[in-house]
Design a protein around this ligand. Structure first.
Ligand code: DGL
Length: 278
């Protein structure tokens, strides 16, 4: 099959990576996308690096077996746990969300004081602090774990008044630290953009990695000549979940601002015959 016609694979522990799917659909409307939400193993942020790494490899195996041309790790926790290993071992290019999120912060901050909110796994891995020094960004990065924000999204409470209370309880103590930029270092968090911005106010700019990640995907497709031609029409989105199909369909559709999604159940490790060595 012509590589240009192959889909882009995207995954997360659940619904959060749909924020990256949305950005990809906006920027690259012709591309076919296969999204896998690993809800059966959610929350990644509360698991060990080894566990998340093994889920990431099982998912990469399954998506590669579906013929993807590149893999987007639309999850900060999985990026922290597995990006380098995936890049070494998966036979297609792999893009994570941490460097794009930092790039977005670097473009925004004036004071250089940046707060990253993410899962426990992401913040304890210190991946943002390490990436900032690796990329040479002059930033003072502080990370804060907010695992309960992920639950708000997965439990369908993103628009519920309770969301604002939960967010304010966690973030209020941080707002006195003189940060001017807050990185949504978990792909679930853009789905809480409204209550988050109500709590942090205008002084702090929220940045997410979704758009920057989509730009990185576009640059790679342009560089390689792998873009699906626009004349081929609007790309198709295939959505798979390892968890409950009905709630993924309902919440996923709501988050993408459209009708319920067409979602199929997926069992990890279903791609017999193709195992990536590790
Ligand atoms: N969306 C994920 C992230 O970006 C993980 C949420 C979770 O499963 O804990 O880190």
């Amino acid at each position: 099959m012509d590589i240009r016609q192959r889909p882009i694979g995207v995954f997360d522990s659940g619904l959060g990576g749909l924020t990256v799917v949305q950005a990809l659909r906006d920027l690259l409307p012709a591309e076919d996308l296969v999204y896998l939400g690993d809800t059966a193993n959610y929350p990644y942020g509360e698991r060990t690096l080894e566990e998340v790494r093994s889920f990431a490899f099982a998912i990469a195996d399954d998506l590669v077996a579906r013929g993807i041309k590149l893999l987007v790790v639309a999850c900060n926790s999985a990026t922290a746990a597995a990006l380098d290993d995936l890049r070494r071992e998966v036979p297609v290019p792999v893009i994570g969300v941490v460097d794009p999120g930092l790039r977005a912060a670097a473009k925004t901050t004036r004071t250089g004081r940046v707060l990253v909110i993410g899962t426990r796994l992401t913040t304890t891995s210190r991946i943002y602090e390490l990436a900032a020094s690796r990329l040479g960004h002059q930033m003072q990065v502080t990370s804060l774990a907010c695992p309960e924000f992920v639950e708000l999204v997965e439990n369908g409470l993103a628009d519920h008044p309770q969301a604002r209370l939960v967010i304010s309880e966690r973030l209020d103590p941080m707002l006195s630290a003189r940060v001017d930029t807050m990185v949504l270092g978990c792909t679930h968090f853009p789905l809480l953009a409204r209550p988050l911005s109500e709590v942090v106010g205008r002084r702090i700019t929220l940045v997410s990695s979704a758009d920057e990640t989509a730009f990185e995907v576009r640059d790679l497709l342009v560089r390689t000549g792998w873009s699906r031609p626009l004349e081929d029409g609007v790309g198709h989105l295939t959505v798979l979940t390892t968890g409950d199909v009905a709630s993924f369909r309902r919440l996923g559709g709501r988050f993408l601002g459209g009708p319920p999604l067409d979602v199929r159940h997926h069992v990890l490790g279903g791609s017999e015959g193709l195992r990536i060595a590790r």
